[in-house]
Write a protein that binds this ligand. Structure first.
Ligand code: PRX
Length: 650
């Protein structure tokens, strides 16, 4: 077999069409309707995107829809707009004025609801406060907060005045904050005294104090009081959020900003090396998040939508804040952990607020499986009508469990594929139109020309694994790596000239459905079979006792590489050599003998990034008996690594 292809071993062939009832009310009801629109978006991108953009407010209408000088794109050229205006002001003259924009629940149980009118007022106040400190158009502002409404207010206020926000996930520590603020040359940081996490207080302000010592560009630190823990306030540099806004006017005129005005920088680690500052700009990102939110979540005025991501990740940017608010939706925001005070928390939130659309990550769904169905079934989840996932391939068994146990067998699931870099969802089933296949992110969204390519740039055959690329620009694509155009070219456009390479391996099946088999760095080669790890993991997770599995390759003198599987069992099961054997047989029977792991290592948990992705790079080192190397700052829990090492020695 050629070096260039990835063998796909998945046998998943179940299909789940949406119910007639769901399709009948959906914005897009049939596959034909989707296909007609999709074709139009590629055949007449100018016409398609001009029409879509018209749903939003522009101070000056765009002149040119797209200017593509590979690898640099400009969208809606000549247009001026304001994203915060589109998320807020636009809704104030109609029935959305007093509709809930954000329904927030704190971890201790406190609840706040901000209507569009109230959210607009708070954003205006904070925008005035920022301007009062001399922060304006083009200045970079760090946001290092927990999941409080003020995090969204801070983002929207920055967007409103044209300041470029860079949100740093609250789980990162001082060094990560420092590096990101220095790279962005930020002028201010917005933070909190502390954030609640699983009953304790994470001292955010203290981390900022340590970071800012080494950030010469930072002039101001704005501090929201949330947990009332003791903090130091430095005279002249530090400002109390509440005092600032108390003295600020609640009216603010949103300026007209160029469509290509930079909107935000979000740092993403990739698998190795220095974090990259992914830069998004205003107009294209606005249209992309607006349109995907509307069609992928089939948003209705009366929906209560909940995305469980953190605003520190792109999912929080696009699908808690900008996309839903641009649509005038009511979005739930939850401050804390899914198991605080117990693993029933998410389900009680859904019941309490009547959530109808629920969007989460496969890592969370695997945790729900592990915690057991009882936590879920004791709540009334009948308000749910649509489920979604994002962040990793979802194992088909987990998908089916999600559909049956959480969705009561009646809710379509949208498995949405996208990246920090893509800005908005690029592949997904449209829930009323496309029959989903568990584990597949289905079909490209409008305007996305997705291709599976061989190493030589030719298109892979049906079901032949290859490299997942997008060969045309799309509105919400990243514009560059902040301050490093060269890295942007190298990272995304050097593999195939003029085509965006995602870094993922994929195959496309006979229905045109895409199946992501994992990051290309994670591909293993066993006896000449190049295998994506996701499919072997899914086979393990299909075993009744397995909650989670991570598969990596180690060097092997006979087979080139051999597979080692790290396996976490569902609560209440005990590892044994017999079970390890059984799991190997199970993979052999499901996929083929060549795919049988050489070793199974049971683990209480596997190392994950802070956004919940399994860090196979660390497991590879561990499996090969090497010290783990490379960037470790994105590791969620360093203790997991130590524990895995102990297991090995013990
Ligand atoms: O490998 C793909 C995986 O997550 C990567 C993007 O990660 P990040 O930039 O952190 O953004 C996550 C939230 C958008 C992708 O390159 N990924 C994301 N969604 C899926 C996925 N893999 C398979 N199926 C998905 N639905």
């Amino acid at each position: 077999m050629s070096e260039a292809t990835i063998e796909s071993v998945s046998h998943e062939n179940r299909v789940f069409p949406p119910s007639e009832e769901f399709s009948a009310q959906a914005r897009i009801s049939t596959r034909e309707q989707y296909e007609a629109l999709y074709r139009r978006s590629l055949e007449d991108p100018e016409g398609f995107w001009r029409e879509q953009a018209e749903a939003l407010h522009w101070f000056d209408a765009p002149e040119t829809i797209v200017e593509w000088k590979p690898p640099f794109a400009k969208w809606f050229v000549g247009g001026t707009t304001n994203l915060a205006y589109n998320c807020l002001d636009r809704h104030l003259d109609g029935p959305r004025r007093n509709k809930a924009a954000i329904i927030w629940e704190g971890e201790p149980g406190d609840i706040r609801v901000l209507t569009y009118f109230q959210l607009h007022r708070e954003v205006c106040r904070f925008a005035n406060a920022l301007e009062g400190l001399g922060i304006g158009k083009g200045d970079r502002v760090g946001i290092y907060m927990g999941m409080v409404p003020e995090a969204a207010i801070a983002m929207l206020a920055c967007a409103r005045i044209g300041a470029v926000h860079s949100v740093v996930f609250g789980g990162f520590a001082a060094d990560a904050v420092r590096d990101r603020m220095n790279d962005a040359q930020a002028k201010a940081v917005i933070t909190q005294d502390g954030a609640y996490r699983r009953g304790s207080v994470v001292a955010l302000k203290a981390q900022v104090d340590a970071a800012v010592e080494q950030c010469p560009s930072i002039e101001h630190v704005i501090v929201l009081r949330r947990t009332q823990n003791e903090i130091e306030m430095r005279e002249g540099r530090d400002h109390d959020w509440h005092e600032l806004v108390a003295n600020s006017s609640s009216t603010h005129q949103a300026p007209a900003l160029d469509a290509e005005h930079p909107l935000f920088i979000l740092y993403t680690s990739g698998s190795t090396g220095k974090p990259k500052g992914v830069l998004h700009s205003t107009g294209g990102y606005m249209v992309g998040t607006y349109l995907t939110s509307r069609y992928v979540f089939d948003l209705r005025e009366e929906d209560t939508y909940w995305c469980t991501a953190d605003v520190g990740w792109v999912t929080g940017h696009s699908y808690i804040v900008y996309g839903p608010l641009a649509n005038g939706a009511s979005a739930v925001m939850y401050e804390g952990a899914p198991n605080a005070p117990d693993p029933g928390r998410f389900w009680s939130i859904i019941e309490r607020h009547g959530v109808s659309i629920f969007y989460t990550a496969p890592t969370a769904v695997r945790a729900f499986v592990k915690w057991g169905d009882d936590w879920i079934t004791k709540h009334d989840l009948s308000s749910l009508r649509l489920l979604g996932t994002v962040g990793e391939p979802i194992n088909p068994e987990v998908w089916v469990w999600y559909r049956n146990v959480v969705g009561g067998g009646r809710c379509p699931i949208v498995d949405t594929y996208w990246q920090t870099e893509t800005g908005s969802i690029v592949m997904t089933p449209l829930p009323g139109a496309v029959a989903a296949k568990p584990g597949s992110c289905s079909l490209p969204f409008f305007g996305v020309s997705a291709k599976v390519l061989r190493e030589d740039g030719t298109e892979a055959d049906t079901n032949e694994g290859g490299l997942l690329c997008i060969d045309r620009p799309w509105p919400s694509m990243l514009r560059t790596v902040w301050g490093d155009d060269e890295r942007y070219k190298q990272q995304y456009f050097s593999r195939f000239e003029g085509k965006y390479f995602t870094g993922d391996g994929a195959r496309r099946d006979e229905d045109g459905f895409f199946w992501v088999v994992g990051r290309i760095d994670d591909v293993v080669n066993v006896s000449g079979h190049r295998l994506g790890t996701a499919e072997i993991e899914s086979s393990l997770v299909a075993h009744a006792l397995v909650a989670e599995a991570a598969v990596v390759g180690i060097p092997d003198e006979f087979t080139g590489q051999a597979l080692v599987a790290f396996v976490t069992l569902k609560s209440g099961n005990t590892p044994s050599p017999e079970l390890a054997d059984e799991l190997c047989q199970h993979v052999g029977a499901e996929i083929g003998k060549f795919a049988r792991p050489k070793r199974i290592r049971f683990a209480d948990a596997v190392p994950k990034t802070r956004s919940g992705k399994i860090m196979r790079r660390l497991l590879r080192d561990l499996a090969a008996g090497k010290e783990a190397h490379g960037d470790m700052t994105t590791l969620e829990d360093i203790g997991v690594l130590a524990q895995l090492r102990e297991h090995e020695e013990g």
